[in-house]
Design a protein around this ligand. Structure first.
Ligand code: ZN
Length: 265
């Protein structure tokens, strides 16, 4: 049995020993592939090095998260992205990129400025993905509708779009799925109060299912509250298998096949 963690933040394991431990524990739990996801430009060198040292086991995504834009401009991101895209170990995806309007505490004018900055950066990174023909890992928090609009506007291939750690409603899921896009699911599906996410996962079906830890956050039950790590993927997959009424082996096979096809790994 083989499982894939399609979205992990491996900078949560800062020392080589911690990283080695997390990857070993993942292997023992049959999580044979890990896709580590960037939040900021500062992650890129580290993640490309880890992926180079662990070919076939760790793959990486290049991107700037909407709340990590800081001083970056679309031009500064593009210039650096191009270097990595031409490197020996290029990213397998652009991510995580998108929009995050959750609990913004500034004035209305500051909100508009933040929104505009995020939208420009999202669009610029969608362009990079399109040119490099790479899939895209979308982070959309309190902004699923807005993210859908920008992806439509960008002309990106919806078949290459995943809304990671999906947090929208069923109507939004329908919009994503009807365009050819998909949502992916985390340990949240194991939480008691997450009936909506379980329904979303079942509604989308097995055809596009992929799992992610989004570690170090969102550890699945029974480890909720602990630091999450790739070796916890089986708890998520087991819960999903029960909900779909199939075996863990079957869901491992279909979800890993989907991940391999989607990310081209
Ligand atoms: Zn993430």
């Amino acid at each position: 049995m083989e499982l894939t963690d399609t979205h992990a933040h491996l900078d949560a394991f800062p020392s080589p020993q911690e990283l080695q431990g997390a990857i070993e524990r993942a292997k023992q739990a049959n999580v044979t592939r890990i896709i580590t996801c960037s939040a900021k430009k500062g992650d890129w060198a580290l993640y490309s090095q880890i992926a180079a040292a662990r070919k076939g086991e760790v793959f990486w995504q290049l991107g700037v998260h909407p709340t990590e834009i800081g001083e970056e401009t679309p031009e500064s991101v593009r210039a650096d992205a191009e270097k990595y895209l031409r490197s020996q170990t290029p990213p397998v995806s652009i991510g995580e990129i998108g929009l995050d309007f959750y609990r913004f505490e500034g004035s209305a004018q500051e909100f508009e400025e933040m929104k505009s900055r995020q939208e420009k950066m999202f669009l610029a990174q969608l362009e990079i993905a399109k040119e490099a023909n790479l899939p895209v890992c979308v982070h959309a928090r309190s902004a699923v509708e807005e993210a859908i609009e920008i992806i439509d506007f960008s002309g990106a291939d919806w078949n290459k779009i995943v809304f990671h750690c999906f947090s929208g409603n069923l109507q939004e899921l329908e919009k994503i799925n009807s365009r050819g896009g998909r949502a992916s699911f985390t340990g949240i599906i194991t939480y008691k109060n997450a009936e909506l996410m379980r329904s979303a996962m079942l509604k989308q079906g097995l055809e596009k299912i992929m799992f992610e830890t989004d570690c170090p956050y969102l550890a699945p039950a029974p480890n909720r509250g602990k630091q999450n790590e790739p070796s916890y993927i089986p708890f998520i997959a087991q819960k999903a298998a029960e909900l779909f009424g199939i075996s863990l082996e079957e869901i491992a096979e279909v979800s890993s096949k989907n991940a391999r096809e989607f990310f081209g790994i």
